[in-house]
Design a protein around this ligand. Structure first.
Ligand SMILES: [Zn+2]
Length: 86
């Protein structure tokens, strides 16, 4: 019984190791991996750009205000909008 359980767990472990190896090789040395890295770079830059208000400058992600529509806005712009200044 123990031998069957051991054999099963080793089989699952070997499949997981092969899948991890294929994933690592795909990410590291193919055009698919390069494309994924470039997408990741674009998303990081877009995320950073969303944190910078053109009027009030940079904010941290925790400082931003989420509107009911799901958009995020800088707190100063939100205060101005609430006061009706904008
Ligand atoms: Zn602002």
């Amino acid at each position: 019984m123990i031998a069957i359980l051991l054999e099963g767990s080793l089989f699952v472990g070997s499949i997981a190791a092969i899948a991890a190896l294929v994933f690592y090789i795909t990410r590291g040395s193919t055009s698919l991996g390069l494309r994924a890295q470039q997408n990741k770079n674009r998303e990081a830059i877009e995320r950073e750009a969303e944190l910078v208000c053109p009027i009030h400058g940079a904010h941290t992600e925790a400082e931003l205000v989420r509107l009911e529509s799901g958009e995020r806005i800088c707190p100063e712009c939100f205060r101005d909008a609430m006061k009706g200044i904008v």
